[in-house]
Design a protein around this ligand. Structure first.
Ligand SMILES: NC(=O)c1ccc[n+]([C@@H]2O[C@H](COP(=O)([O-])OP(=O)(O)OC[C@H]3O[C@@H](n4cnc5c(N)ncnc54)[C@H](O)[C@@H]3O)[C@@H](O)[C@H]2O)c1
Length: 290
């Protein structure tokens, strides 16, 4: 077990796919973490998912039963954002909607007492400056874009803004690199940063191919795994990320660059409106067993 390398508690706002994954990663790496869910029921569901994931870790020999118990003991769930008052870093993981994220940052600014605490966002695409400006301490706000599944994906994008101070950059880099064990790259504070600026137009092109009937989802995915050696086809990847997340990311990119290739295809919008969000709801471009 890696000894704790981050002084103080980590706060995670939001207990969906990314919030739960980041909380699990923190706990497995020996950090104390408090996770905020809006309701008791969502916190209970997140606790169950997280425990299930740690169980799989034991079954697959990635950790011992003692490691699993220790990791679980480091995670606290709360429905009260006030519990974050003493955190040294808070990672915001709520849905990809700018007004909602800005609300959370304004609240964190009021709640977190340590003036040097890092206020981070895992946003996939929203420029960090806009979130920083929702606080009275923009120098302490930074993007920490981890990938899904957070416990296993090796990369993290670190996104300072024009306003982020050097100490915050240093602490956030230490958190991602030393404490969480990620490979850290610096990315520019523009919608989509580095990875999603490259990835999302490709994913949207695959949706357009399904939409126009050019090819089936299964064939497109087979083409890119078998023909290009990608570990996963684009439509399976959209299902994993969440169709709602991809649609919101496409909107952010379109708003920033006004490129038609970033506009969400109608099929994607209709599927989101229909609640077909991918793996998390059981159906997206493919169907999944619950
Ligand atoms: N899914 C991915 O593959 C992925 C990868 C990297 C980054 N991200 C980013 O991570 C963030 C979260 O995405 P996700 O996939 O975990 O979404 P998700 O829908 O799985 O989870 C979002 C969580 O936020 C909670 N929530 C909603 N409103 C809230 C509020 N007002 N206060 C507190 N919690 C609230 C929801 O109940 C849910 O538990 C987004 O910004 C997304 O762009 C997602």
């Amino acid at each position: 077990m890696t000894p704790p390398q981050w002084p103080g508690r980590v706060g995670v706002v939001g207990c969906g796919v990314m919030g739960t994954g980041i909380a699990e990663l923190c706990a497995v790496r020996g950090l104390d973490v408090v996770v905020h869910g809006r309701r008791e029921t969502s916190a209970d569901a997140a606790r169950e998912r997280l425990a299930g994931s740690l169980d799989r870790g034991v079954r697959k020999g990635r950790m011992t039963e003692t490691d699993r118990k220790e990791a679980l003991s480091r995670i606290t769930f709360t429905t009260d954002l006030g519990a974050f008052h003493d955190c040294r870093i808070v990672v915001e993981c709520v849905p990809e909607q700018e007004p909602l994220k800005r609300e959370i940052f304004t609240a964190l600014d009021r709640i977190v007492t340590d003036d040097d605490a890092v206020l981070a966002s895992v946003t996939s695409s929203i420029p960090i400056t806009r979130l920083a400006r929702a606080t009275a301490r923009p120098a302490k706000v930074i993007g920490t874009h981890l990938f899904n599944p957070a416990p296993t994906m090796p990369l993290a994008e670190l996104i300072p803004t024009l306003l982020t101070d050097d100490e915050t950059i240093r602490r956030a880099e230490e958190f991602l690199g030393d404490a969480l064990g990620k490979q850290v790259i610096r990315a520019p504070d523009r919608a989509g940063f580095l990875v999603n600026t490259l990835l999302v137009p490709y994913l949207l092109s695959a949706v357009r191919m399904v939409e126009t009937g050019a090819a089936s989802a299964a064939d497109i995915d087979r083409a890119m795994t078998g023909g290009c050696g990608h570990p996963m086809g684009p439509l399976a990847l959209i299902d994993l990320i969440g169709l709602d997340v991809i649609a919101e990311v496409a909107n952010s990119l379109y708003e920033e660059y006004k490129e038609p290739l970033h506009a969400p295809p109608p099929l994607l919008s209709r599927m989101v409106e229909a609640g077909l969000l991918g793996k998390k709801t059981g159906t997206g471009f493919h169907t999944y067993r619950k």
